[in-house]
Every structure is written in C-alpha cells, then in structure tokens.
Design a protein around this ligand. Sequence first.
Ligand SMILES: [Zn+2]
Length: 315
Amino acid sequence: MQTDLVAALDIGGTKIAGALVDDHGRILLRAQRPTPAREDGNTVMRAVEAVLGELTAAPLWDRARAVGIGSAGPVDASTGTVSPVNVPGWRDFPLVERVRAVTGGLPVELVGDGVAMTAAEHWQGAARGHDNALCLVVSTGVGGGLVLGGKLHPGPTGNAGHIGHISVDLDGDPCPCGARGCVERIASGPNIARRALEDGWRPGPDGDLSAAAVAAAARAGDTVAVASFERAAQALAAGIAATATLVEIDIAVVGGGVAKAGEILFAPLRRSLRDYATLSFVRRLTVAPARTGTDAGLVGAAAAALTRDRDVSPL
Ligand SMILES: [Zn+2]
C-alpha cells in the first residue's frame, strides 16, 4: 500500500531545503535553493516557490497530505507569519498563506527551527522515548524546543523552548534581543570565539576565528580556549536547570555546530549541571548530544506536520 507523505520545508538564512517525507521519516525526494537573504521579501518567496515547484512537479506529490515548515525565527504560528532575524525582507511575512497558495490548499504547519529540531530528535534521535525533553541548537544563535507529556510543545506561536533568550546573568552584556545576559550572549559560537579573543586566544596561521577553531585550541590544551567553552557550558547548564525546574524534563539534547566540540563542551556542561540542577526532582537530568544530522530541520518539519492535531507521535 502506498502511504501518505508530507512535504517539509526547512528555511534558514543560507538555504531553503524541501523534501517529501514518509511516515517513517524517510526522505524520498529533495530540492534546495540558496536563500537570497539580502533581497526583498518576494524574491525570497520565489526561492521557496522554486523548491516547492520541484516537489509539486514530481509524481510522488499526489501522495502529499500536509506541509510542515521549520523556519528561522521568530515565527508566529498563530498568524502564519515569519520574521527571521537574518532575512530582513521578511517581517510579518505571510508564509503559511503563500505556501498554501502553491501547494493546492494542503494544511500547513509552521514551527520555529528549534522546535523542528526538537521534533526530529524526539522522533528519530536522542530524545526518542523521552516524554519530557528539552532540545537545544547551539550554533550562530542558541535555540531550542520542548517535548512535554510525550508531545511536542510548540506553544501558541511556535517558539516555546527558545532557551537562548533566557537571562542567566542579570546585569550581563546587552543581548541583540534587548535583554541582558542571555544564554545566547554567552554560549553561541560567535560569543565563544569573541570571549576567547578578548581573553588572549589567537587563531592559527589560517586565521580561523570560529568556535570550531577555539575548540581545536582547547583540545590542544589552550587554557583560554578551555575557559571560554567552560563559560558557555555554565550558561547552558543554568538555562537547562531552570527549564528542568519549571517543567520537569529528564533529558537535555544538545545539537548544532558548537555541539561538534564534543567533550570540550559536554564535560564542563555535565559538571556545571551538578552546580545548578540541585533539587531532588532535577538531579537525574541527563545531557546527550543530538543524533539527527543535517536533515534534522526537514525531518522535524515533517514530524510537526504529521503530529498536527493528533495525540500520537509519528511511527
Ligand atoms: Zn537575548
């Protein structure tokens, strides 16, 4: 028997990926375009339409029953609009309506990219089998999402679990969001590199100023590089512990480019968690690296569409 499929869109500041996905999370067809992030809103939308055009032209499209979108945020699922920070041409852009117009009126589910990654990890990754989980994406920014009571919890606007903008340093540095001392301001890749540079770390001959270069230096024993990761881990731990205390999660899954630092991040993260997650009901909290890879956004967008208005997880 031929099963139903969902169309998935993963919209970020550098690429727009699309796919047809089955109810086991297998990707049967893909399409991709670069995001013309500096162009006006309609030009960006034409790139989305080009991706969708490849999908709708395929014979498999006849089996598509819904569309799931994971987008760089902020998103507003209640109005179907998106305002991605790194796509200035889209402010309150009516993405859901525009996607519905080119996909034959299929139901469209919109979530933020952190929530999409969470859906993917709960379906196929490290949060699988956990009814209460926080998933984090630590890269250029810090995003996240929640699984509560066995279900994805996107919240009314699709942004719940956005741990990057919890303040963990009351009088800390101003964050681009307008607050102070946010987790992201301390733990994102660019901030790990910035702090290392300020404290005297210097890049190698290749001039690589990324968090990955700081991680390599930390692995080689550079104490300033190690300290910058420890500070990031401390901020993440404080945010994770706060979340666990509020809603009783039992696992925190950490993905994104910065998580590729491996134990350089995870060892101090586990240590710091012992300092902040102290109450009896959060002490058993574990931390695990994300398992879904570069397709997490697509698989998660598909999962969000498949679980729409349903009380069960996809297969
Ligand atoms: Zn912030």
